[in-house]
Design a protein around this ligand. Structure first.
Ligand code: CA
Length: 134
């Protein structure tokens, strides 16, 4: 009987290990941010920038480009302590004098590997970005 009891304990330990692997630690780099066809302001083109999160960690924001519907951002983001399956979230904003406008949000769970993502924004336009997690 003791053998069966140990087996049960062992399978419980394996289950716990497997569930932890779902949230394995990952170093994440986000780069190559650019957008096409943005539309924010009533007059003229948006002054767009992007905010980036990995899980609950805020990575900061890109520089903003004045009056540009197709901006390319040079800033990269590094999250040394992110986890797989954490939500990698990017928000595209249009800078305005008083209240900035949210143009769209992109989110997907972090997976190991290198990816280039296409994200269609709520308002007009498309955001492209790459990330690698290892
Ligand atoms: Ca603006």
């Amino acid at each position: 009987m003791a053998v069966f009891y140990d087996l049960r304990l062992m399978s419980l330990a394996v289950l716990m290990l497997v569930s932890q692997l779902d949230f394995a630690s990952a170093a994440v780099r986000v780069f190559g941010l650019n957008a096409k066809g943005l539309d924010g302001d009533l007059i003229g083109r948006p002054d767009a920038y992007v905010k980036v999160w990995c899980g609950s960690t805020y990575g900061g924001e890109t520089e903003h480009h004045n009056s540009n519907a197709n901006p390319t951002w040079s800033k990269e983001f590094n999250f040394p302590n992110c986890n797989t399956n954490d939500d990698l979230k990017l928000e595209v904003w249009d800078k305005d004098l008083v209240f900035d406008d949210l143009l769209g949000t992109c989110g997907r769970p972090v997976q190991y590997g290198s990816f280039t993502v296409t994200c269609y924004l709520t308002k007009k336009g498309t955001l492209f970005y790459s990330y690698e997690a290892n």
